[in-house]
Each structure stands twice: as C-alpha cells, then as structure tokens.
Design a protein around this ligand. Structure first.
Ligand SMILES: [Zn+2]
Length: 1146
C-alpha cells in the first residue's frame, strides 16, 4: 500500500507563495473540531477578575519609536518626556523634602484572611510619597469601581488618615532583624550612605563562611576581578557567576582551514604498531548535501569505513591491571607545559613536547619500554580536527532538509538551511538519523534515541521563518485518530478526497474546503503552494477551540518586581533597573515592528512587604499601596496596575525616578519571595491574561511569609549519598506555586544578585517549571557588572516568546516520546506545558520503541506547540522530522550526532543527581558509553587485536566529550564551587540547545596570532600544553570570555591589544579592551562582539595573566587536562574507556 510513505518532497520545490500568512486559505466555515485534548480543560478556577482594561492603548505619544528591529536595541530614544502626558503636577514633582510617610494599607471590607494590618512605610521616603499618600486618600482606592470584581477586597482605606501618627515601624524591624544570615554586609566598597545596623555584618558570618565580606576591597589584588570569576571560591570574592548560556544559532562558528594533515588525525597510538593514518572513512570529504542528496541515503557500510578510528594496542593494554591512568601516578600534564606547544598545532612550532613520559609507569607492569608507554595526545581524536573538517566540508552548500535521515552539519559549522519538508536542524536535532528498527537493537547499542527541539528558535536573516497558515474558522486539518496536524507525511488517496495519516495510518476525510486534485504522482497539485504540505516547519493560526475556556486570549503582561531591601539598593541594582526600564519599556516584544507593543506592564517593589503601584494614565503621580500581610497575598488594586506603556508613560517614568530615592536609605534587609510570585500570579489572574514576571532579587527569603527559606547550605554533604538533597527544593511550596503559575500562563524570570547562599535550587523551581530563566550576578557591583546585567535584561525583555504554551510530540507507530528534559511542567505524560517559551529554550525528548519500525517508512515525529504570541494571537507551530530506520547496527553507528548525544546524556545526568549520588551517576554514564562503543566494536568493526580501541567515526569524540560532562562542576565539583552555582548550572543546562551544551562542555580556545581577514584563527585543543607563553588566547565557554596573556607575550602584541608593551602593566581587572586604533585591536574586539552576539547571555570578559591567581579559574576550562577536582585528563579517560570496553567484550 505504501500508505505510510512520506510524500515525496524533494527537489522540485517551488518557492513558497508570497501569499502565505494571508487569510487566503480561509476555508468556508465548517468547524473542524480540533480538540487540543487536555488543553481545553479547565483553566484555573479563579473568578474572571476585573475586566481587563482592554488593550489599554491610548493615543500613542509621539515619542521616538523603537527601532523597527527588536534587535537594534542600542539606539534608544532619549528621554522623550516632553511627548508624554501632561507634565506632572507641579507640587508633586518636587522631590525635595522628605517627610516620613506612612502608607498604611488597610484592607477593605472583603478581607481575605485575617486582618491585614495597616502598615506604615518608613523608608526615608521622598516627597513624592507624601503626595502619593495624599492622593491615595483622595482617590480612595479600592472603594471605587475598579476593585469591584477582584478577589474581593473592597476598599482600601485611605492610609492618609494617620499619616504621621504611625510609629516608624520600619525602623523597628530593620534593626531588630540582625540575626538573619541574609544580610550580607554592605557589599560595596562604596560606603553605603546608611549602613545597616552594625550587628548585621556580624550576623552573616556564622552562616556563610565562604566569601569574605565583599565590602572591602573586593578583590585583593591578586584575586580575579570579582564579578567575573566563574567560581566562587571561598576565598576570593567569588563570583560565581556562571551565568550564561546562550542559545545562539549555531551557525557562526567558523574555523579557518586547518593545517593539520589528513582528513582525520591518525588515531593510532604508536606508529610502530599501527600502520599510520588509517584509511579514512571519509575518503575525501565529499561535499555535504551538495546536490539532491549528499551523504544521502547512507553510504554503504563498508567495513573499511568503520575502521577509521582504531587505536592500536599500544599503551592501552599495557596498563590494564592497575590502570594507572585513572588514579594517581600520572604526572600532571602541566609540568613544563607552558611554552611547549605541540607539534601539529599550526603556528606553534616549538620544542618537542616531552611531558607524560611517566604515563603508565606507576603500578603498571611496565615491561614496555618507556617510549611505548606514552600515549601521544596528538594521536587521539581531536575535537578541533573534527570541527574543522566538518566546517571545510559542509559550510559551502546549503543544507536542504528534503532528504530523510540526513545528519546535518555540526553546530560549530556555519551553514545555511533550506526547508524542504523536514524541520531545520535549528529547530530539531536528533541523536541518530538511522533509528534501529527494533527495541532489541536499540537496547543492544545503548545509543540514546532523542531529539533536541527548540521550537521558537530564531533563524539567521538569510533563512525564511516558518510561514503562517490561516485556515479560518475551520482551524488546522488533523488526523481523526491521533490528531497529528496536516504535514508532508500525510498521503492523499482516493483522488484527494481522503488522506492517510503518516503517524497512525488512520484515514481521514478531506474537508470540502480543503479538497484538491492529485497529480499523476499522487501528490496534490497545490502541494508547493501550501506550507503544511511541503515544509518541515510552519504555523497555523489557532481557532477559539484551541484557547483556554474557548475564549480568545488577551495580550500578555509583563510585571516587574524589584527587591528594594538593603543589599539590593546598596549594590546599585535598584537604581540600574529603574533607569534601564525607562527606556527598555519601549522595546517590549511585538510582532509588527511598526506598531506599538500591546504588552501591558505593572510594577511592584518589595522587601518583607510588597508595594504595589497604581500608574494609571490619568494620575499625575504614581500611587503606592503597601501590602504588609504577606501571608495570604492579594492584589490591592486592579485598575491602574497593568497599563500600556504609552498611555502611562509619564506616571511610569515618575515612578521609576522615585523608587531609588524612596528606598535609598532603607535598613530593611529581609525579603520575601513566595508572596512576590503569588502577587504576580494574582495580577495575571485578575487581568485574565498570561504574562511574565521579572523578579530582581537579592537574598535568601527569610522573612516570615509563605515560601520562607532557611539556610541549609552544607558542604559536608558534597560527595555523600545525601548530596542529592542539596539539589532538591527545600519544600514543596514552590512546586505547588509553579503549578498554579503554569495553569495561568505565568512565566517567571529571576535575576539574582546574591552576596551569599540564596538557595538557587529552591528559588529556581518556579522559573524552571514555567519556562522562565534564572540569571545570577554574584557579588554584583554596579561598575563591573552593569554591562552584563543590562545586556541580559535587554535581551530577556525583548526576545520573541510565546505564552501559555503546550507542546506535544507525536510519533509514527513503533516509537513514542517517553521522557522530556527542559524548563517546563507536565501534569500528564504527554503534554509539555510551558507558561512561557522563548526563542532560546530547548526541550530534549527521548524516544523508545513500543513496536517495530520499518526500514521502508522510517520514523516520523511531529512537534506541535500551541502558544499565544506576544500580540495575543493563538498559534500552533508545527515541526516535522523524518529519520531513517535500519536493521543493521552498522547503519546506526554511521549516522549519529555526538554533540546531540552529549546534550541528551548531560541533561539526563544532571537530572539524575536529584535522586542518585553523583558518583553513581558518573559510573552509569561511563558504563553506558562503554556499552555503546563495545557494541560497535563487537558488531560493526572488522576483526582486530583486542588491544585496539576502535571508535565509530561519528562517535570518535564521545569519550572526550563525555569526560567533560563527568568532570563538570555539577557532577564533580571542585572545592571552590558553591552549591548555588552547581544548582544554577544544573538548571541552565536543562534547556540548552546543542550549540550551547557543546561549548559549555568543550570551550573554544583561540590563539590570537594573526587576526586578518574575516576568518577566525583555528582553535586549539583545551589543554595547557597547547598554550604558548609567548601568546595571547581567547577562551569562550558560553558563559564567560577569558583573555589569557602569556608571560612572554610579544610586546607588539600587547601594545596592539592593551596599549602597553609591558606585561606587568596590564590591568587584570579590566572588563573591556581599550579601543585602540590598530587593525589587530579592532579585529579582536569584533570577534568578541560577534561571540557575544551568538549567545543568549552576555559573556563578560576577564583578562587572565599567566601565573596570576585568576589563572586557576581559566585552567578549569582546559578540559582535556586533569582537573583539580579529580577529573581525568582526556588521555587518561580514553584509556579508562578502553579498559571498560575490553571488559565488556571479554
Ligand atoms: Zn494519525
């Protein structure tokens, strides 16, 4: 029957019709009941709050509109206040006198729970507050119509009744609170205008032995600049920030042609034993998908092809007994390494490397002459060479997706994609493009079957974004049984009147309005006019059937929650955030660059109480309402809380000007966190919309409130069976809260500015469950961290995203999605719920067999994401992917993608530590990889000596990358990494795409030799022995950028980069390079900028001088070397793997 065959979709691809996206496909009614199953379920049962204030977009001010492209953030319009609403009331604008202001908030009639005590503020509030108070009384907030609906708080009694009669309460709690450990000492060197009670700093000590009180010179000269340190050491002001992770399009890494010889580095260990360079499996790097189908339908599995990576018996088997490599006895590679570049690396001629002579010596029987014991690092598979080969072979031609089962170029290769019926690798990457036909085969090989999906990935400018298809009231066409969406895998039959589903084989009638004749090949004649019949990725406009409660959604809202406790204010964070928001609000996401964003905004500040602001456009000044009873959070105002930026521009600007002043002298050190999120959730519920909360938070929330946390940091647990508890949330409170957030489409982004332990494992629960992000700026200092924070914030606010999303992955009969990794929530086994889904977020999906697959039909998957766009439109984005199936193991091993396998393994391992001791997790990973390689050796490789390590060509980097995962800070921490950082990195990785995880585990190390032309210098392997004392290197980890300067670097080089020829005069604290007028300097800064632009998080630059203390941090990323935390070197690990494999085979 061939029914399941995918429709041919290759070459004769006609350009998509320009008309896409237009309602031109609008069918004629006839509603198609496309129940998105579980989705239409009950949304949370809250009362429909106050009538959302509509799109709330008044007359636009003529303020300079943001640049059309959301990207070009740099050109901010300058203060455009003159265009705003009428100038504020004269008297109110005067922030001069500071009278103690009290803003008691008294609860209205419908008290929710218990008395909400009235409360008076006592931060040396600036004058405006006085006004606010007065206004509040004048306006009688709460009693008016606005609040009528809400969760029942009637009127808010005007606080002003006893403005001054209230005792200055704040003073009481701020000074009385010293015992809390949260209060870090005044962090900044800048003398706080009003330091907290003296007792505070002291109080913090007992709890956090780690970092020294940041206040003093944060960085003892020798220490690395604070902010940049990736690893919070206990000693130096750490800085843990490992904050970045970006998901940039994998496209750009380009490496210049390599000078290394041969298509592959010979893998044999000792030439005498192995006949030199192997017959390469890639006999001449055939141009990848050049034509119709490049590597196409799988090259024949000739044995010779698979033998490319034989490691001869050499040293490997000599060390079996004691296995010296893995444990002691192996001299660190660093010895004498500096300045002794390795041969093969271009541009590094130098003395022959002679390290490692002792390798294998130790306990080994050692009957072997020293010469043979040495495992030359240059003879083992080189990541650099593999990356380079792929770049050379595959970057020149576009990658077309029409050929099923074709592995794409590596993420490190810059290539263009043409959608011809399967999703672009920018949306979906698979671990295997030839899936085993049976579960037995899959089990035997142990190769994970998974896809890394980035549903809303941004594409480079030269690629077409998915077309939008509007079928009108009928909605998308779907299979009657499995509900798969119309796609190129549906086979039209009976003259076009019905179609058979490629996933479940069910036959469905074609609705009359969708009917079309077939051509002689059985293909619809309009095939190439319709994206859903010819493209791998596209979007449908969803009908009301796909909306919560069968109601079209409101546009989303953004709510900003700013911690105004002592640390937050003193670090400069509050001021920076408020200043930035004034301009950033003009860049809220929008679909039409010409139009204003319809996203509404709201503002809250908090410490241990919450301050809500009414910024209604009709007000002359913002009004503050304080909610001091945080035990049962509610929203004190509805009307005027969420507003359109243009409508309320003047009020908002006034508010943002006032906030830093209002809290400038605060002594409050305690914060709450749970109530903050609850407040945002309530606000979105009341407005009946989805949205995102931006929470800028500084300390462990120890104030009495729901979600209160205690400091449970206990480094003694590291390495024990109880270590896992450190990664689990402290209580179930935040998990439950996250569930409620997801139901409302409330995504939470958390920006942390901690000076000590804040329990990221617990605070991160809500962001991680709602598709949000966590950013961390440990020991934040305005001067040095401002740039990084602002770049992150700008990107985070502007980036394209969807709200209230549900993702489902359907597969053809035989396999199904069984496991998911990422930032989301699942209430059943199939639907991935994402309160928010931005362009950087990835979901990794594992598949398992539930039946046999057929080589004829292959395996199909369809990922459908239902979401609300930033303009409030309900959409369905569909990605389709077809891969081949094979009955021969050799075929499986020929068509895998190691970078994607590592992405899957690392996510699997990082999640496993929640329930399993890290050592067990590491052992499991090693064992699984050994099984993968042993299976290959046993079933696919040609007979050879048992002493040879034979690796499949496309997995020859599996050992080196796996080792990087095993020795990462999460799985094998050094003494200097904090628990918060580990929790943070763990969360970060969970939603990384393949490009990000690749550089995260194997950073890019560039020698800055000649920087001419447009290409980059070829990277070198991540090992100290590759560094030349006379050179300067740039290291990119995805989270950090390091500029390593050799002690003997040439004067000219130093002059070009730093403006000084003297090594000793280079300031290691600089975070940006001087702008010098020479080509080298310009090019280097361009390279740094381009690296940054490729990542979703801003990478701060850290200058590391050879032999400075900060060099330890830098060396930590030289992942081919042995690590201080006990991680094996690449050479040692490869020997270890070989031993494991041999054991499995014997
Ligand atoms: Zn179906």
């Amino acid at each position: 029957m061939n029914v399941n065959q995918q429709t041919p979709m290759a070459s004769p691809y006609g350009p998509p019709q320009p008309g896409y996206g237009q309602p031109s496909y609008a069918p004629l009614g006839g509603g198609y009941p496309g129940p998105y199953g579980p989705y239409n379920g009950p949304a949370t049962a809250y009362q429909p709050g106050a009538p959302p204030q509509g799109p709330a977009r008044g007359p636009l001010t003529s303020a300079p509109r943001p640049v059309s492209t959301p990207q070009a953030y740099s050109q901010y319009p300058q203060g455009d206040s003159q265009n705003g609403p009428p100038p504020m009331d004269h008297s109110m604008a005067q922030p001069a006198h500071r009278s103690p202001v009290s803003q008691p908030y008294s609860q209205g009639a419908m008290n929710l729970s218990g008395p909400h005590p009235s409360y008076s503020q006592q931060y040396g509030a600036p004058p405006p507050m006085q006004q606010v108070t007065n206004q509040m009384s004048g306006m009688q907030i709460g009693s008016g119509p606005p609040t009528s609906v809400g969760p029942g708080y009637g009127k808010i009694l005007s606080p002003a009744h006893h403005p001054s009669s209230q005792p200055p309460i704040s003073a009481a709690y701020s000074s009385a609170a010293p015992p809390s450990y949260t209060q870090a000492p005044p962090p900044l060197s800048a003398a706080p205008s009003q330091p907290p009670p003296p007792s505070e700093p002291a109080a913090s000590q007992p709890y956090y032995g780690g970092p020294p009180p940041p206040q003093q010179q944060p960085f003892p000269s020798a220490h690395p600049p604070p902010a940049q340190q990736p690893f919070p050491n206990s000693a130096p002001p750490p800085v843990s920030q490992a904050s970045y992770s970006g998901p940039p399009p994998l496209t750009q890494h380009s490496f210049p042609p390599s000078s290394q010889s041969g298509p592959f580095p010979p893998i044999s260990i000792s030439p005498s034993q192995y006949p030199g360079p192997q017959p390469q499996s890639q006999p001449g790097p055939p141009p990848f998908h050049s034509g119709p189908s490049p590597r196409g339908p799988i090259p024949p599995p000739s044995m010779s092809q698979q033998q490319a990576n034989h490691l001869p018996p050499g040293p490997m088997h000599q060390q079996q007994p004691p296995q010296p490599g893995m444990q002691g006895g192996y001299p660190t590679q660093q010895n004498g390494a500096f300045g002794q570049p390795r041969g093969p690396q271009p541009g590094y001629a130098g003395p022959q490397y002679s390290g490692q002579q002792n390798y294998g010596a130790g306990p080994a029987p050692a009957p072997v002459p020293p010469a043979q014991k040495r495992l030359d690092p240059d003879s083992i598979p080189s990541p650099i060479q593999v990356i380079e080969d792929d770049r050379v072979n595959k970057s020149s031609e576009p990658f077309t997706t029409g050929v099923k089962g074709q592995a794409p170029p590596l993420v490190t290769t810059n290539f263009q994609v043409k959608d011809q019926g399967n999703a672009s690798p920018r949306f979906i990457r698979c671990t295997a493009y030839n899936m085993p036909c049976t579960a037995d085969m899959a089990k035997q090989s142990q190769v994970p079957l998974a896809a890394v999906i980035k549903p809303l990935a941004m594409l480079p400018p030269d690629e077409t974004p998915p077309y939008i298809v509007d079928h009108g009231d009928g909605g998308p066409i779907r299979c009657n049984r499995c509900k798969a969406y119309m796609c190129p895998y549906m086979q039209f039959i009976e003259g076009g009147r019905r179609f058979q589903c490629g996933f479940c084989s069910c036959v469905t009638e074609v609705p009359p309005h969708y009917f079309q004749h077939l051509d002689h090949t059985g293909k619809r004649v309009d095939c190439y006019d319709r994206p859903e019949l010819s493209q791998g990725s596209y979007e449908f406009v969803a009908t009301v059937d796909y909306c919560k409660n069968n109601k079209l959604p409101q546009p989303p809202s953004f709510i900003f929650f700013i911690d105004v406790s002592y640390n937050a204010v003193k670090s400069g964070m509050v001021n920076i955030v408020c200043q930035e928001l004034k301009t950033l609000l003009d860049y809220l996401p929008r679909e039409n660059p010409e139009a204003d964003s319809v996203v509404r905004v709201g503002f809250v500040t908090y410490n241990k109480v919450l301050h809500f602001y009414n910024v209604k456009s009709s007000l002359a000044q913002p009004q503050m309402m304080v909610v001091s009873d945080v035990s049962d959070m509610f929203l004190p105002l509805l009307d005027g809380f969420l507003v359109g930026v243009n409508d309320s521009r003047m009020v908002i600007e006034s508010l943002l000007d006032q906030i830093p002043e209002m809290f400038a002298d605060t002594r409050e050190t305690e914060t709450v966190f749970g109530p903050v999120i609850q407040a945002g959730l309530e606000a979105l519920k009341a407005a009946d919309c989805a949205g995102k909360l931006f929470v800028f938070h500084s300390t462990l929330p120890i104030a009495e409130a729901p979600g209160k946390l205690k400091n449970r940091e206990d480094k003694k647990l590291v390495g024990t069976d109880k270590e896992k508890s450190l990664f689990q949330p402290q209580s179930g409170f935040y998990s439950n809260l996250a569930k409620e957030c997801v139901a409302q489409g409330c995504c939470v982004d958390l920006f942390l500015f901690p000076n000590q332990y804040v329990d990221v494992a617990t605070l991160g629960v809500v962001p991680v469950s709602t598709g949000g992000s966590v950013y961390k700026y440990t020991y934040f200092q305005a001067e040095t961290d401002r740039e990084r924070f602002l770049n992150d914030l700008r990107r985070d606010v502007q980036k394209p995203m969807g709200f209230d999303a549900v993702m489902r992955v359907r597969t053809s009969t035989g396999i199904r999605a069984t496991d998911f990794f990422g930032s989301f929530f699942m209430s059943n086994t199939t639907d991935v719920e994402l309160a928010g889904l931005d362009c950087d977020k990835t979901v990794t999906v594992e598949f398992r067999h539930d039946d046999k697959l057929s080589e004829d039909t292959g395996a199909l998957m369809q990922c459908a994401v239902l979401y609300t766009s930033c303009s409030g439109q309900r959409r369905l984005r569909v990605h389709n992917m077809a891969v081949n199936c094979c009955s021969q193991l050799a075929d499986l091993y020929r068509n895998c993608e190691t970078d994607t396998i590592i992405n899957f393994f690392s996510k699997y391992a990082y999640r496993s530590i929640l329930n399993t001791p890290t050592k067990t997790v590491r052992d499991t990973m090693v064992n699984q990889c050994a099984q993968i390689l042993a299976c290959y050796r046993k079933n696919c490789a040609s007979p050879s000596s048992a002493g040879q390590l034979i690796l499949p060509e496309c997995m020859k980097l599996l050992p080196v990358y796996l080792n990087c995962v095993l020795k990462s800070d999460v799985l094998q921490p050094g003494a200097d990494i904090s628990l918060d950082d580990r929790a943070y990195l763990r969360q970060l990785l969970s939603c990384m795409d393949v490009s990000e995880s690749h550089i995260f585990f194997y950073p890019r190390l560039l020698p800055l030799v000649k920087l001419d032309g447009g290409s980059l210098p070829m990277a070198v392997r991540n090992s100290e022995e590759r560094l030349s004392k006379g050179g300067v290197y740039l290291l990119e980890t995805g989270l950090h950028l390091f500029l390593w300067v050799g002690a003997n670097a040439q004067q000219e080089l130093l002059s070009n980069i730093f403006g000084t020829p003297t090594f000793s005069q280079i300031d290691p604290n600089m975070t940006s390079l001087p702008e010098l007028d020479n080509p080298f300097s310009q090019r280097l800064r361009e390279i740094i900028d381009s690296f940054r632009s490729q990542r979703s998080r801003y990478m701060k630059l850290m200058v590391v001088k050879q032999e400075d203390k900060a060099e330890l941090i830098f060396k930590h990323f030289l992942c081919e070397d042995k690590s201080t935390s006990g991680g094996a070197s690449y050479v040692d690990f490869l020997c270890h793997m070989h031993k494991e494999i041999r054991q499995l085979l014997s």
